[in-house]
Design a binder for this molecule. Structure first.
Ligand SMILES: Cc1cc2nc3c(=O)[nH]c(=O)nc-3n(C[C@H](O)[C@H](O)[C@H](O)COP(=O)(O)OP(=O)(O)OC[C@H]3O[C@@H](n4cnc5c(N)ncnc54)[C@H](O)[C@@H]3O)c2cc1C
Length: 306
């Protein structure tokens, strides 16, 4: 967990000039273009790591932007197939316009799913802020009831409701990515205590295994990874029953160790021109952010500082 001083610096990130943010953000992104995303995924695949590609751009203000996101995903799916990459996609319903117009979002989602279906590529629907949790779960249930099996969902262990959601979804044996959760939520609905968040994480993974789910364990928290590995061993889940997921540019040493031990590992690869919001979220989570930013700001005053 991130220390008080780092948290204070993280809170001032919006005041940091964009070029400075960009310099630190580069490690978290493949770049601005599809070619850069393909090159990053190929490098990961060459090292035995799978990928999931995210087109950055969740804050949209007009229907044309939702259509542009859908088009970008169609191009990503075509590229994954043409380049024979071991990759899936991760989408956000906000990026497809759900907060503007749910009918528009359904149409855009149908376009993306049609392209994914043509190529047999799995689609993960990311989970966003709590205002979208119910709608996201409803969309997922509808898709599964329509017979679309190549889609998965995300559940956040900081949400107090998560175990109820696991129970409600259990009949679908859903493919779930379990994460801690990144959005700032009120305490009435979300745990703040790290031990409660981790406890809920392991409980959710355990219950999902019991429901026959494929589980994507998405965390860089070493203690939590160790706990889930112990759970996998106790439940005797084969390598084909789960995968670990991590963000590009984070905890690479842990990722290498998991791959070397034979676990399936997938890296989340974001790309696109709308990099700023994603980068600020990642930088706020980085425990060394204060040092990095302070050093960079100092560098602009003290020539030659490394
Ligand atoms: C593949 C993937 C998909 C995700 N999808 C979603 C989603 O759909 N919805 C959602 O709400 N959240 C999502 N998240 C984010 C998640 O909720 C957490 O905010 C994020 O993973 C950080 O939490 P952590 O589990 O790594 O634990 P933390 O306790 O935050 O971090 C554990 C350790 O990891 C390292 N670390 C973590 N972040 C960074 C960073 N940015 N830079 C450097 N080091 C870092 C540090 O060493 C830290 O001590 C996703 C995360 C991953 C890995």
């Amino acid at each position: 967990m991130i220390r008080a001083f780092d948290r204070a610096v993280a809170a001032t990130l919006p005041l940091v000039p964009r070029p400075v943010v960009r310099r630190f953000a580069d490690r978290y992104m493949a770049g601005e273009t599809l070619e850069q995303a393909v090159a990053t995924v190929r490098r990961l695949n060459d090292r035995g790591v799978m990928a999931t590609i995210d087109v950055l751009g969740e804050f949209i203000r007009a229907p044309e932007e939702a259509a542009a996101t859908a088009t970008a995903y169609e191009q990503v799916l075509d590229a994954i197939a043409a380049e024979r990459l071991d990759a899936t996609i991760s989408i956000k319903l906000s990026g497809l316009g759900i907060e503007l117009d749910p009918t528009l979002a359904d149409e855009m989602l149908a376009r993306v799913l049609a392209a994914a279906g043509r190529h047999g590529i799995f689609v993960r629907i990311d989970m966003e802020h709590s205002g979208l949790t119910d709608r996201t779960l409803q969309v997922y249930r509808r898709l599964r009831e329509e017979g679309r099996d190549g889609v998965g969902i995300v559940l956040q262990s900081y949400m107090r409701r998560t175990m109820d959601d696991v129970e409600a979804l259990a009949d679908l044996a859903p493919n779930v990515r379990v994460v801690k959760g990144i959005y700032i939520e009120p305490e009435e609905i979300a745990y703040r205590d790290p031990a409660a968040i981790n406890g809920n994480f392991v409980r959710a993974v355990d219950r999902l295994f019991a429901a026959g789910s494929y589980v994507a364990i998405a965390t860089h928290d070493r203690a939590l990874i160790a706990e889930t590995l112990a759970l996998i061993e106790r439940r005797v889940v084969g390598h084909e029953g789960y995968e670990f997921q991590m963000l590009l540019g984070v905890a690479e040493d842990v990722r290498h160790r998991l791959v070397a031990a034979g676990h399936r590992v997938r890296v989340y690869v974001p790309f696109g021109r709308a990099w700023y919001a994603y980068s600020v979220r990642r930088l706020k989570e980085n425990p060394s952010i204060a040092g990095y930013v302070a050093r960079d700001v100092m560098r602009s005053f003290v020539p030659g500082l490394r």
